[in-house]
Design a protein around this ligand. Structure first.
Ligand code: CP
Ligand code: NVA
Length: 318
């Protein structure tokens, strides 16, 4: 056990003070080590007390899992969180981001930001003097991907060579799954309607990280994507900020619903994943979400353990 703990510490000690804006901010070695630390924290094999450190949460979009898992993770690490939503701070009245980021850096030890543009998150990271974490942007959801692959690892023991299929919109969640999957040597197949494919930059980046270790594929056929996969994943058709497209997307995505028939194409031991919140009867049937193969609530719980490991690493608590 001591050796594993030293291995984890040496792999992630260099993350102290760093930002986590994209899944690609971690190396393959560091991603595996963070999952190991998360699983040690979850089992109680490892406890970390960071002393009274403070996490600032700046969320311009709604959140249940990300917000609460960060709050609980920080409490378990002996610290606390402060809610800095634009509605209750001067940000909402137009105070510039560059001033806000510098002021908050004097009060907090780390910041988690949920917003629309990745560029805005990058601006926070540029001006802040403390680590900044991506708590979801339109481009990526890297904290989610850590919890997702932790859930797969718990199920299958080893991740290498496993296949995760993602059915739906090729946006934030899909992007982080592609990059993080590549880092963890998992094959990732993303199936989207035409015109909703993942960004070409993210695809190229994921493939370059994966090298010969795994395959990152983009398809337009859900059956082909799910065939033989160990995990089948979906997300809402209209993300936050796209509410006005809900109706048109229901038409465009209607063949991309995760149903029992589609899931039967997967490996016989396959699991169902969804980042939640879910729209039953749209991207996934209630039967599958509530069925024996569903791991969505373990996956949601794993947000806590993965983010506790991440915070410990960025705050240098190892
Ligand atoms: N999966 C996820 O990020 O959930 P929240 O939007 O509730 O944080
Ligand atoms: N793609 C979804 C994920 C929610 C966790 C959204 O951006 O709204």
């Amino acid at each position: 056990m001591a050796n594993t703990q030293m291995g984890v510490a040496s792999a992630i000690s260099c993350l102290k003070g760093r930002d986590f804006l994209s899944s690609s901010d971690l190396s393959s070695h560091q991603t595996f080590a963070l999952l190991e630390l998360a699983s040690q924290l979850k089992s109680g094999q490892r406890r970390i007390d960071l002393g009274n450190r403070v996490l600032g949460l700046i969320f311009t979009k709604a959140s249940t899992r990300t917000r609460v898992s960060f709050q609980v993770a920080m409490t378990r690490l002996g610290g606390q969180t402060v809610d800095l939503n634009p509605q209750v701070t001067q940000l909402g009245r137009g105070e510039p981001l560059q001033d806000t980021a510098r002021v908050l850096s004097r009060f907090c030890d780390v910041m988690a930001v949920r917003t629309f543009a990745q560029k805005e998150l990058e601006d926070y990271a540029y001006w802040a003097t403390i680590p900044v974490i991506n708590a979801l942007t339109d481009l990526e959801h890297p904290c989610q991907a850590l919890a997702d692959f932790l859930t797969m690892q718990e199920e299958f023991g080893s991740l290498e060579g496993q296949t995760l299929s993602y059915i739906g919109d090729g946006n934030n969640v899909a992007h982080s799954l592609m990059i993080c999957g590549a880092l963890l040597k998992v094959n990732v197949r993303v199936a989207t309607p035409k015109g909703f494919e993942p960004s070409v930059d993210v695809l190229n980046k994921s493939r370059s990280i994966a090298g010969n270790s795994s395959k990152i594929e983009v398809l337009n056929d859900p059956l082909e994507a799910v065939n033989g996969a160990q995990a089948v994943y979906t997300d809402v058709w209209a993300s936050m900020g796209q509410e006005q497209e809900q109706e048109s997307r229901e038409m465009i995505f209607r063949d991309f619903c995760l149903t029992k028939d589609l899931f039967e194409m997967a490996d016989s031991k396959a699991i169902v994943l969804h980042c939640l919140p879910a729209h039953r009867g749209e991207e996934i049937t209630s039967e599958l979400l509530e069925g024996d193969s569903s791991r969505v609530f373990d996956q949601a719980e794993n947000r806590l353990h993965a983010q506790q490991a991440l915070l410990a690493a960025l705050l240098g608590g190892l």
